[in-house]
Design a protein around this ligand. Structure first.
Ligand code: SAM
Length: 395
């Protein structure tokens, strides 16, 4: 290790994967720095793991509670500007970081000196990630996310976190799916699978970690990517994972589809995916929309001149309107819909996830009325509404 940037992935790993138990930053760089040391401990706030930083000034203390990502950034910053030593305690190892006066970073690993403990502020323990660093999962090695020793490559760290987040979201859906799906394998379609990091992770998790019988299909418009993914799937012996070179619109499912996922499928491809999922009455839908253009062209700036004056605001607002319309349209087709954050905004602005669960007998009346009001006040006709109308849905 020689720089802060090179230490950053390990620090994120320590905080978010290795379940940090505590940390202290000491050895002030300058005498005049008022803060003598900083300690850090995990705690649970509103159900989520946070880190509390305690700044020690002689007999006085001040506190700051931050989510893991922000806490990691603050620790890095403190090591760069105020302190020359960091000590991080995790259940598996103690990590010591020494920063020389010339800014050279040295990282030492010691045997663990602290046992895992219950978190204050709740009953949760620090998150145990579904994919762990240090475990060489063949699919992640094959896709260039990890090396053969199981170390996540620095430039792929965000992808690794995204995969873990995605699998957590899928994990939450499993009890619902298991209760409602029919007999036989769990059948999933991934629309716009691209290079398929998420598709492989999904298959690995459901088949190899949970032990389910799964048939998973990935679909994409890029022929060479589809062929690459099929080769990788065969190499890994992922026997019921298949990729097809086909447009979402043309895909005909053979039999019941239990879950549809579509992550960052471009523009209206998300609408095609949602329309297919609704037509199949899939029990669970996970859609992370990507770039959106159609509503932008339909939006009349005169409706909200201040809000829509600037291009960037108009673009973002159009995206929000598009996703709001999608969520309400899916709801009125008989789904309970959640719109949630997929992954931190800093990695991508495309971070909204629409998660929907099919609800038998859910009355569509209220959603119908809400959607009509919304549509009329903004003067919009989103693609999903048109597609559902063509298929004889509520539109
Ligand atoms: C940004 S990539 C996302 C890949 C992957 N789902 C992920 O999140 O990492 C979007 C993919 O959607 C595919 N795509 C876009 N429109 C499509 C359509 N109509 N039918 C099938 N695939 C489509 C593109 O070829 C591209 O590979």
């Amino acid at each position: 290790m020689t720089t802060a940037a090179e230490f950053a992935p390990l620090l994120h790993d320590i905080l978010q994967v290795q379940a940090l138990l505590g940390c202290s930053l000491s050895k002030k760089r300058r005498k005049e720095t008022p803060c003598e040391k900083v300690s850090l401990r995990p705690l649970v706030l509103k159900g989520d793991v946070h880190y509390q930083l305690t700044y020690h000034y002689g007999r006085q203390e001040s506190h700051e509670n931050l989510p893991p990502q922000a806490a990691a950034e603050r620790v890095l910053q403190l090591l760069e500007t105020d302190f020359r030593q960091g000590y991080f305690f995790t259940p598996k190892a103690d990590w010591q970081v020494l920063v020389s006066k010339k800014g050279v970073w040295k990282v030492l690993r010691h045997p663990p000196s602290r046992a895992a403990q219950e978190l204050k502020g709740g009953h949760d323990r620090p998150k145990k990630y579904l994919l762990q660093t240090g475990t060489p999962y063949p699919f992640l090695v094959e896709l260039g996310v990890m090396n053969a020793a199981g170390k996540v490559l620095a430039k792929r760290y965000h992808k690794f976190r995204q995969l873990n987040r995605y699998l957590e979201i899928v994990q939450d859906c499993l009890p619902y799916l298991e209760e409602r799906r029919g007999r036989g394998p769990l059948r999933i379609v991934d629309f716009g699978s691209g290079k398929a990091y998420l598709t492989f992770a999904l298959y690995h998790y459901l088949v190899e970690q949970v032990g389910l019988d799964v048939e998973l299909v990935g679909l994409d418009l890029k022929e060479e990517v589809v062929s690459f993914c099929n080769n990788v799937a065969r190499k890994l012996n992922f026997d019921s994972l298949h990729f097809y070179h086909q447009d979402i619109r043309d895909f005909q499912a053979q039999g019941q589809v239990d879950m549809v996922v579509s992550l960052h499928a471009c523009d209206v491809a998300t609408d095609y995916a949602l329309a297919q999922a609704i037509a199949w009455q899939a029990q669970v839908i996970l859609a992370v929309p990507c770039c959106q253009h159609e509503i932008l062209t339909q939006l009349d700036p005169k409706l909200e001149p201040v809000l829509l004056e600037h291009g960037i605001l108009k673009e973002r607002f159009a995206s929000l309107l598009t996703d709001a319309a999608r969520a309400k349209l899916v709801e009125r087709e008989g789904y309970a819909v959640q719109v949630m954050e997929f992954i931190d905004l800093e990695h991508t602005p495309k971070n909204l996830l629409i998660r929907a669960f099919r609800q038998l007998g859910r009355p569509s009346g209220p959603a119908d009325r809400e959607y009509d009001l919304f549509k009329t006040s903004w003067g919009l006709t989103p693609t999903l509404e048109v597609l559902l109308g063509e298929r004889g849905g509520s539109a």
